[in-house]
Design a protein around this ligand. Structure first.
Ligand SMILES: NC(=O)c1ccc[n+]([C@@H]2O[C@H](COP(=O)([O-])OP(=O)(O)OC[C@H]3O[C@@H](n4cnc5c(N)ncnc54)[C@H](OP(=O)(O)O)[C@@H]3O)[C@@H](O)[C@H]2O)c1
Length: 264
């Protein structure tokens, strides 16, 4: 019941990691605001969370619709009184080569994964500061640690999050804003189905790598624990996390492996 009486807002909560995070936070007593751009799926998640005796409100939010954010945040703060934890989890992946990907697709991925995340963070931040502090998390990816084939814009957006949130952490330390960047490896969700291809349509396939990943529930437990323990970063996954260390300590080997590994 660590999060009892805490208000936790999770974006991208309609499926996968976000849904599992909502349920894990509910188990630990948090009152929830769950968002995405799919009300039908959010209603299912809400039902499950309410079963743990917490409050759970569905808030429609397309993170690219930045003009609406101020009003949405004002309404939520007046309803809940505060936002203690913001988990920026909404995101979309990519399955297309650099040479085949038109700039519109790069921009779309950046809009969702980077600008959507920082726009919401900037909107919530003044309310958290006024309230004496809070916790802001961002779901990056191990593709935010190194580039990987077919994920140029995705990897770029996740790297950009790293720069933004490390800066935020340093700037707001005195205002008691805590920042976690989560770096999942392969988690078994529908992310590869939703990933954008070169023509901006969904990839529509469950990739083999995705299918063999750890469960979203296991990921969510580690993610929520990292927030409880005030960690700055967390890597979540299985053997694929080795790539992070190979990239750091054996870069020549990493560059050989990165061009050989099946990227799907
Ligand atoms: N699964 C992995 O292996 C993995 C690895 C590393 C990082 N991640 C990151 O984990 C996060 C969650 O992904 P997931 O694996 O759980 O995939 P997912 O099942 O596809 O979930 C993505 C979530 O993001 C939401 N979303 C997408 N575009 C949005 C938009 N414009 N506005 C608001 N919400 C939007 C989706 O909502 P709708 O369905 O309602 O559109 C959904 O709730 C992402 O940031 C992803 O990059 C995942």
């Amino acid at each position: 019941m660590f999060f009892k009486e805490k208000v936790v807002w999770i974006t991208g909560a309609s499926s996968g990691i976000g849904k599992a995070l909502a349920i894990e936070f509910a188990k630990q007593g948090a009152d929830l605001i769950i968002s995405s751009n799919n009300l039908e799926d959010l209603n299912f998640v809400q039902k499950e969370c309410l079963g743990y005796g917490v409050e759970c409100m569905v808030q429609y939010l397309d993170v690219t619709d930045m003009d609406k954010m101020q009003t949405i945040v004002e309404n939520l703060v007046s309803q809940f009184g505060k936002i203690d934890v913001l988990v920026n989890n909404a995101g979309i992946s990519q399955r297309s080569l650099v040479e085949e990907t038109p700039l519109e697709v790069d921009r779309k991925i950046m809009e969702i994964d980077y600008f959507g995340t920082i726009a919401l963070t900037k909107t919530v931040l003044p309310y958290m500061i006024k309230n004496g502090g809070g916790y802001i998390a961002a779901t990056s990816s191990i593709s935010g640690k190194f580039g990987f084939p077919l994920r140029s814009a995705y990897s770029a957006a996740k790297h950009a999050l790293h720069g933004f949130f490390e800066t935020l952490r340093a700037e707001t330390y005195k205002q008691n804003i805590k920042v976690l960047i989560a770096f999942p490896g392969r988690i078994k969700t529908d992310i590869s189905l939703h990933a954008l291809t070169k023509d901006g349509t969904a990839h529509g396939k469950m990739d083999e790598g995705q299918n063999t990943g750890i469960t979203a529930e296991k990921c969510a437990k580690q993610y929520v624990n990292a927030i409880r323990k005030d960690k700055k970063e967390i890597l979540i996954g299985a053997s694929e996390l080795l790539m992070v260390y190979i990239h750091k300590f054996l870069p020549k080997l990493f560059y050989k492996l990165a061009r050989k590994i099946n990227p799907t």
